[in-house]
Each structure stands twice: as C-alpha cells, then as structure tokens.
Design a protein around this ligand. Structure first.
Ligand code: HAM
Length: 482
C-alpha cells in the first residue's frame, strides 16, 4: 500500500480546516437587515409616538380607562377561537410556533382576545362593571407589507367590558375620534351594525344565494369566500366584485327591531356629540367576534393617497419603511365594535363588551403626510431656554446649574459638545427659544450668568442664585403674551 507523505497530509488537513473555517468568516461579515415588514422606530419619529402616548393616556385618565398590559406571546388557540377560523388573520397571518413544551403559541395579532382572557382569568366580573381598560403595544400579522401595513405594528386600544348600552359604544367611538382630533388628524367614522348571530345567519344565507348566482363575475378569492367566509365578500376591492356588491342585500334590512333600535341610539349619540360618521352597509370587519355595532376610522383629509390597498402582489410592493409612508386612502386608522359573546365564548360569564384599536404607524404616516403638505413642523418638546457654555470651567459649572434647573418645569436645551458660542447660538436659533443663558470664564469667576433675549439681542447679567427665578419670570411673560 502506498503511504501518504506527511507534507501531503498536512496540506490536505490545512485545506480542510480552511474550508471549515470559511462559513464562519463569511457569517462574521454578514450584515443584518430588519425583517421584512418590520421596522425600527427611529428617534426622528419619537415626537409623534410621545404625543400619541400622552394623548392616549390623557383620554384614558379622563374617561377612566385603566391601563392593562398583556403578554405578547399567547396560546394560539385563544385567537383561533376568538377571531374565527375562516378569517385572514387566522388563516394567513398568524406568527405561530411550538413552544419548548410543545404548546402552540403565537405572537398576538391583536389584543381584544387577550383582554377577554385577562378579564376572565383575573375574575374581573367581580369588580364594579363596566370594567374599562386601555392598552398600548405591538401586534404581529404576517401580511403582505406595504405602506401603512406592517408585520409588526403598534395599537392603542380601549375596551369597555360588562355593559350593553349604546352610550358605551358611543363613548368608545368618542375616545377614538378625540384621539385623532387631539393629535391633529381629521377623521370620519364608517359605521354599521351586524346584529346578532341569528340575524347574521339569516342575512348570510341571503347573501350566499345572491352571490352564487353571480359567481362568474367574481374574482377567485371571492368564489372561495362564498363557502368559506361570505361576509368578506363585501370587503373585496376588485372592480368586478365591487359592481356585484352594489346590488347585494344589506344587513340592516335583516335586523330585528331591537337591533335596529340599538343601532339608531348609537347614531343619535354620535349626532349629539357632533362626530362625523358615514353609515356603511358593506362594513362587516375582518374578525368574527363582533355583534351589533362595527366601525372603522378613516382620514378625512383630501390628500390621503388614493391607492388600492389590495392591488399589490407579493414581491412587487415597495418595502414598508418609514420613508415609504404615504397612506392609502382605504387604510383604516382604527377599527372596533361590540363583541357581546366573546367573553362567554372563551369560558367566562355572559359579558357584553365593546372596544376599539387605533393603528399607530398609520397615524404617524397620516400626520406626517399632513405636515409635509401643509408645511407644518411637528415638534412635541417646546424648548424655552438654551444653556450655552464657553470653556472647561464653564462646562463643569454648567452641568451643575443645568442639573439644578431640572425639575423646575423649565424646558432646557443644551449641547456640551459644541464649544463655540456661534455654534450654540445657532442651535438655540433653530430651536426658536426666546432666551439663551450664557456662562463663560468671567461669569464663572463672578458667580453670574448672561441672559440673552434672542429676539432683541439684548443681554443682561444676573447672579447665578437668581437664575431660576429670573428665567421663570421672563418665561411667564413670554407665555402670557401668546
Ligand atoms: P383591526 O381592524 O384588525 O381591529 O385593527 C385595528 C387597527 O390596527 C386598524 O384599523 C389599523 O389601523 C391597524 N392595523 C391593523 N393591521 C395592521 C397592519 N398590518 N399594519 C399596520 N397597522 C395595522 C383589531 O385589532 C381589533 N382588536 C379592534 C377592537 C378592539 N375591536 C374591539 N376592540
């Protein structure tokens, strides 16, 4: 037998080693992108998010909704039972996987089912009813990404459990409407009633027989919907299906007197509250748990881009990034309704309920669109004072003085990494602050600071001990003059 020379063996071993090391070297260089349909919320957007949270919190406090946080991960069957098997969310969009113990879990696609679970699990029917809850957090749906549609998106939601009263439906709509009004977005409510399950069943029979006769005019999806989820037939955006929809039977005609009266009362409240709404007979919502009132919230400004939401095809659409943000006019900013049977369906006592969830990325996009068109700068923190420092000693003392001003309510801006006065005044100018505090070497020695009026350019020297009082006095005059 021929023996391998040691040199040859070494060479081979080395090549093998190199090959084995290669994938590692490659992966060390791999750069990572955010997953498709997900996005980083960058600091430049933070002004919107802060305003939204503050607005949500303020409304929740005023209308007495208590904050609840539920886990992002839930048992998958919670949503299958709540949202319904034939729905898009369950059939196509769930992030579902097996946990280490074999339990089927999912990233929550929405939070209403979680709220119902939490209501039951924490015995909230023992509390005074209604129980009013609000939440804020990420939801996950593996949908086709496009502008305004992401795979991870944030919702703020408001839910009222334990009461059936048109005033509760109206209050939920009022909170949602006020949220958009307060952040500066005009909206309109599209509203409908889908009655009780029995009423809906009779209506669906009628709808199915109508659509069966029109089968040849329908898109493929709609042909499937006839047997799988007939109510979704009313949602289709295909032109040929839209035409068929125009003459389709309307659910309101199939409601009993009680359901009709309930709906009329909700509308009367909205009239009283001056909330603009459009009765929309084809609105049925994409989740199965609804009964009676259903509604969606749409932008009411002219410049929402009239794009087709459903027209894109997988792989053809633009990536959903924060820069691709023009909002299709058909993209709802929020949606909700009454779900009187959900708590019972999940094993709780009969508990009527209603709620709404607001799509926060869509609100950012719409607000940004508005601001760009109308040349408005959206800024949430209004700085009042810029604190400028010159030289090492001043920098050290400035840090101390700024820290002392923290908590006084004065909105202070500063930048320790700029050393020239010119650069700092430029920053102050950009922030449109009325006054700049200047601390230089001389002021450090004299225990003084200079206060510069940015409009007149007049400067005044004051004792450091009087800084807070002087600033407050000057600012109260500025704020009072407005
Ligand atoms: P929804 O209509 O599925 O309802 O979602 C509410 C809002 O979340 C939508 O109007 C939209 O603004 C936003 N949204 C939904 N999917 C996406 C997405 N893929 N990307 C960006 N935004 C999205 C619910 O979730 C129900 N839980 C609402 C509810 C509360 N019903 C009763 N209580």
């Amino acid at each position: 037998m021929k023996k391998k020379s040691p040199a040859k063996t070494n060479k081979k071993a080395l090549a093998k080693e190199k090959k084995a090391a290669a994938p590692e070297a490659k992966s060390a260089k791999k750069s990572y992108n955010v997953l498709r349909g997900m996005r980083d919320i960058l600091p430049r957007e933070d002004k919107y998010w802060r305003t939204f949270y503050r607005t949500g919190q303020h409304l929740a406090d005023f209308y007495q909704f208590n904050k609840i946080e539920t886990p992002i991960l839930e048992e998958a069957s919670l949503f299958v039972r709540s949202i319904g098997k034939g729905t898009d969310v369950i059939e196509k969009e769930m992030y579902i996987f097996e946990d280490r113990d074999g339990t089927k879990v999912c990233l929550r696609p929405e939070a209403t089912a979680s709220i119902a679970r939490a209501y039951i699990g924490n015995g909230m029917w023992n509390n005074q009813q209604p129980v009013k809850l609000w939440y804020w957090g990420p939801m996950f749906r593996h949908d086709r990404p496009q502008a305004g549609r992401y795979r991870e998106f944030f919702q703020a939601g408001f839910e009222t459990l334990g009461i059936k009263d048109p005033a509760a439906d109206a209050e939920i709509i009022l909170v949602a409407y006020s949220f958009f009004k307060d952040i500066g977005l005009p909206v309109v409510i599209h509203i409908n009633s889908i009655g009780t399950p029995a009423e809906r069943e009779r209506y669906i029979n009628e709808l199915v027989s109508y659509y069966r006769n029109k089968r040849s005019y329908l898109c493929e999806d709609c042909r499937n919907r006839i047997s799988k989820n007939p109510l979704r037939l009313l949602d289709c955006k295909e032109e040929s299906c839209q035409k068929v929809k125009e003459s389709a039977p309307q659910i309101l005609d199939w409601l009993e007197e009680d359901s009709k009266n309930y709906f009329m009362k909700v509308l009367e409240y909205l009239d009283e509250l001056n909330i603009p709404y459009i009765p929309t007979p084809s609105l049925v919502r994409g989740l199965d748990y609804y009964t009676h009132t259903v509604f969606e919230i749409y932008p009411a400004f002219d410049d929402a881009e009239p794009k087709e939401v459903s027209a894109d095809k997988e792989g053809e659409q633009k990536p959903a990034t924060s820069d691709n943000n023009s909002l299709p006019a058909q993209a709802a900013l929020g949606g909700g309704g009454r779900y009187d049977l959900l708590v019972e369906e999940l094993g709780g006592k009969p508990t009527p309920a209603c709620g709404v969830a607001l799509g926060l990325e869509r609100a950012v996009n719409a607000l940004r669109q508005q601001a760009e068109k109308n040349n408005i700068t959206v800024r949430d923190i209004k700085y009042e004072i810029f604190f400028a420092q010159l030289g090492d000693d001043a920098k050290r003392l400035a840090l101390k003085l700024i820290n002392e001003l923290r908590g006084t309510g004065i909105q202070l801006a500063f930048n320790f990494f700029k050393s020239s006065l010119k650069a700092q005044l430029e920053l102050a100018n950009n922030l449109k602050v009325p006054y700049v505090v200047i601390l230089g070497q001389k002021e450090v020695q004299d225990h003084t600071v200079i206060i510069r009026d940015m409009e007149s350019g007049v400067q005044e020297i004051i004792d450091q001990k009087k800084l807070e009082a002087t600033l407050k006095k000057k600012l109260s005059k500025v704020n009072g003059d407005k």
